[in-house]
Write a protein that binds this ligand. Structure first.
Ligand code: AMP
Ligand code: FE
Ligand code: FE
Ligand code: ZN
Length: 289
């Protein structure tokens, strides 16, 4: 049975509750689901309870945005590096202790984004944004949803393009773990680390990507997403060969966010995902459990 090792819930910037995401995994016929909310493990308890009832294996995970300046190739204009940590203990450990600090950094940043928007004549309040997030970690997608509600953008994607994207006029960076710190923390927490959606790194040449993967593997990276809703089938094969050359395990998932990323479903992505369960078994072996 296929698995899905990358998904989001209302604990961060997904639109569906952890229990609902697990139910969708069961409906899709998956044997396992990793819930990988941004900077938080707060959805894991609810997800695990639902998974136990539905006979799906729940893998506790978290997705982190990293500062990877130390690894930039010369002359590059690098994009975002996201790391998925799987098999983390959701109660305690060195990586868990850092999540709270990352979330605090987010709230300061959200206020700065709203100030930039105000300078651009866009008037939305922090209350409206927080209402979108409910009890979850507040991120740019919630600001985007508030912008759509108020008619400043027709949809979430446009809100990123017009205002919030990395090149947008209201973009504000935030505190991040460095890649080296995150890999150390993941390892010391007993977790397995996977580089998410490698295409967002913005590396132009595969040789640059392969060099980077080799460097990160040396620093303790375990795997790389070869399968993802944003990766075409032909590209998956290329990435698997690359992963195998540098000693990384393949991983994959839908990156499901519900209505925040329309057209992507749990398990199948945009329709053709199917992550084989031997990917999970290989990662589990690396986790030593
Ligand atoms: P944040 O963690 O607050 O910086 O927000 C990053 C999140 O915004 C990503 O994980 C995606 O869920 C979402 N995101 C980033 N870029 C876009 C985009 N162009 N369109 C829609 N969602 C996006
Ligand atoms: Fe997200
Ligand atoms: Fe991501
Ligand atoms: Zn994600």
């Amino acid at each position: 049975m296929p698995v899905d090792l990358h998904s989001h819930s209302t604990a961060s910037d997904g639109s569906e509750t952890p229990a609902r995401v697990v139910a969708m995994a069961a409906e899709a016929g998956l044997s396992a689901l990793a819930l990988t909310d941004h900077d938080t493990l707060s959805g894991i308890g609810e997800a695990r309870q639902a998974a136990d009832q539905l006979g799906v294996e729940l893998i506790a995970g978290v997705e982190l945005s990293l500062d990877w300046t130390a690894h930039y190739p010369a002359g590059g204009r690098p994009g975002g590096m996201h790391l998925i940590v799987l098999f983390v203990d959701d109660s305690h450990g060195p990586i868990q202790d850092r999540l709270e600090g990352l979330r605090v950094g987010r709230s300061a940043r959200n206020r700065l984004i709203l100030e930039r928007l105000a300078d651009l004549g866009v008037d939305i309040s922090i209350e409206e944004v927080v209402a979108k997030a409910g009890a979850g970690t507040v991120g740019r997608p919630h600001i985007a949803a508030a912008l759509v509600d108020r008619g400043y953008a027709p949809d979430i994607g446009s809100a990123f393009q017009l205002y919030l994207g990395n090149q947008g006029p209201a973009y504000v960076g935030r505190r991040r773990l460095t890649a080296n710190d995150a890999l150390d923390l993941a390892r010391r927490s007993g977790g397995v680390s996977v580089l998410a959606h490698p295409y967002t790194l913005g590396l132009e040449h595969d040789r640059q990507l392969e060099n980077l993967l080799a460097q990160l593997a040396e620093r303790g990276l375990d795997g790389v997403e070869t399968h993802h809703s944003g990766i075409e089938p032909d590209r998956r094969k290329t990435l698997r060969r690359m992963a195998s050359r540098v000693g990384l395990s393949p991983s994959g998932g839908s990156d499901y966010h519900g209505t925040y990323k329309p057209g992507i479903e749990v398990g199948v992505g945009v329709g053709d995902l199917a992550v084989p369960d031997h990917f999970l078994e290989e990662l589990r072996e690396r986790a030593g459990r």
